[in-house]
Design a protein around this ligand. Structure first.
Ligand code: GAR
Length: 198
């Protein structure tokens, strides 16, 4: 019989920007009964706004600037991997990490790396999801948390949340409504995922 895990799953959140999903995950990981804790926030962009939020909340931060590696994605990912290992990371949560991953990092974290995307996948992988949903006349938009596979915003879906598209919506107003639902969905799905690990 497997020994039940003691302690919380050690999660790294990878960001490139504002980090509002990151903040929601950090907060959720601080609940008394949370099955995970955010032990590291790592950015590929030195100016990512989320770094300051994480740092002021006492979470370890790291920058592995892609600019320093030029076109050498493999070397950049090897450096990312070194930092993840140094922090004893068990699960990686991509949260607005706007860099395509190579099979190296995807393979290293197979089944242990999650991503959030602002559409109801398989609709609208990639960019400009909200403008595309409005242009298509969709009645619903939303967000998806999925395990990361090699394609862009691809991999088994772990959870989705839908929000209505309103007649007066602009891409910005829809993005705001979807983002609020992301902040609910991601902590819940990550918690369920971490509880399912042995
Ligand atoms: C979020 O809407 C997230 O779903 C999206 O970037 C935003 C990051 O916001 N991710 C993608 O588009 C990935 N393909 P945040 O930095 O405030 O969490």
């Amino acid at each position: 019989m497997p020994t039940p895990r003691t302690g919380r799953v050690r999660v790294a959140v990878l960001i490139s920007g504002a980090g509002s999903n990151m903040a929601a995950l950090i907060d959720a990981g601080r609940h008394a009964d949370a099955p995970f804790e955010v032990v590291l926030v790592l950015s590929n962009k030195p100016d990512a706004g989320g770094l300051a939020i994480a740092g002021s909340g006492g979470v370890a931060t790291a920058v592995v600037a892609q600019a320093a590696f030029g076109k050498d994605r493999a070397a950049h990912e090897a450096a990312v991997q070194t930092v993840l290992e140094a922090h004893g990371v068990e699960v990686v949560a991509l949260a607005g990490y706007m860099r395509l991953l190579t099979p190296f990092l995807v393979g290293r974290w197979a089944g242990r790396m999650l991503n959030i995307h602002p559409s109801l996948l398989p609709k609208y992988p990639g960019l400009d999801t909200h403008a595309r949903a409005i242009a298509a006349g969709d009645a619903e938009a939303g967000c998806t948390v999925h395990l990361v596979a090699e394609g862009v915003d691809d991999g088994p879906v772990l959870g989705q949340a839908a929000v209505p598209v309103l007649a007066e919506d602009t891409p910005a107003s829809l993005a705001q409504r979807v983002l609020a639902s992301e902040h609910q969905l991601y902590p819940r799905v990550l918690a369920d995922f971490c509880r399912s690990l042995d």
